[in-house]
Design a protein around this ligand. Structure first.
Ligand SMILES: C[S@@+](CC[C@H](N)C(=O)[O-])C[C@H]1O[C@@H](n2cnc3c(N)ncnc32)[C@H](O)[C@@H]1O
Length: 209
């Protein structure tokens, strides 16, 4: 049943590892599409790289400032021309998109040859916790929520035509706070904790030329 309650969510969180990764992938003049963007948290990051940011999401009354969106649309049916985008990315959102194969196929369609899809998604055990919570609350934008293994997502990406890889442990996605992170880096134990403690998985999928 769809809940009529309007719960204002916090605006969401930007992560340093996402900002760093976007910095390494986005070039000046790129068209960068964020799907399931919520409060368009990464608009300024993309703009600071002299690239064009396009934030899209389905109508979602739970975010306070949706007037910042560029287009209301489902990630499964994007209103953009074939081959018109350089990077499609999303953070903590792919698990909410009802039809994963259709979502990946449409990202593939709008990407230019040589373009990339980047997915920042939670670890499987975290998705399982979210799933339990979603099933209990059933807010309008959460009626679907998926849990997938790394291999399942890689298989879906391959079926959509991408050459995809899991780069989770190449990025510093364990962010315990600046001091602890720096001390563990200096002590040489950061990568161990990064693998053990990060809540994130990161996938980079290339649309080959
Ligand atoms: C947990 S929120 C994450 C929002 C934002 N990316 C962030 O990190 O703050 C999940 C988002 O997925 C969006 N979503 C759900 N179904 C979608 C669909 N079919 N197409 C695009 N976005 C969708 C929701 O509206 C919501 O904004």
């Amino acid at each position: 049943m769809i809940s009529n309650r309007v719960t204002k969510l916090p605006k969401g969180t930007t992560y340093n590892f996402v900002i760093g990764h976007l910095n390494s992938e986005i070039k000046e003049g790129y068209k960068v599409l964020e799907t399931g963007c919520g409060a368009t948290l990464y608009r300024d990051v993309v703009k600071s790289l002299e690239a064009i940011y396009i934030g899209t999401d389905v109508p979602n009354q739970h975010y306070g400032n949706l007037q910042t969106l560029d287009s209301f649309c489902s990630a499964e049916n994007l209103p953009f021309a074939d081959g018109s985008i350089d990077i499609v990315f999303n953070q903590g959102a792919i698990d909410y998109m009802p039809d994963l194969p259709a979502t990946l196929q449409d990202a593939y369609r709008v990407l230019a040859p040589g373009g990339k899809m980047i997915i920042y998604t939670y670890r499987k055990d975290i998705l399982e916790m979210i799933h339990e919570n979603v099933m209990a609350t059933a807010r309008d934008w959460e009626l679907q929520h998926h849990v997938f293994s790394t291999q399942e997502l890689l298989d879906h990406l391959a079926q959509a035509g991408f050459r995809a890889k899991d780069v989770s442990f190449e990025l510093k996605s364990w962010e315990p706070g600046y001091n602890i992170q720096r001390i563990s880096e200096i002590a040489g134990i950061y990568s161990f904790f990064n693998r053990q403690r990060t809540r994130w998985r990161v996938f980079v999928a290339d649309k080959l030329v």
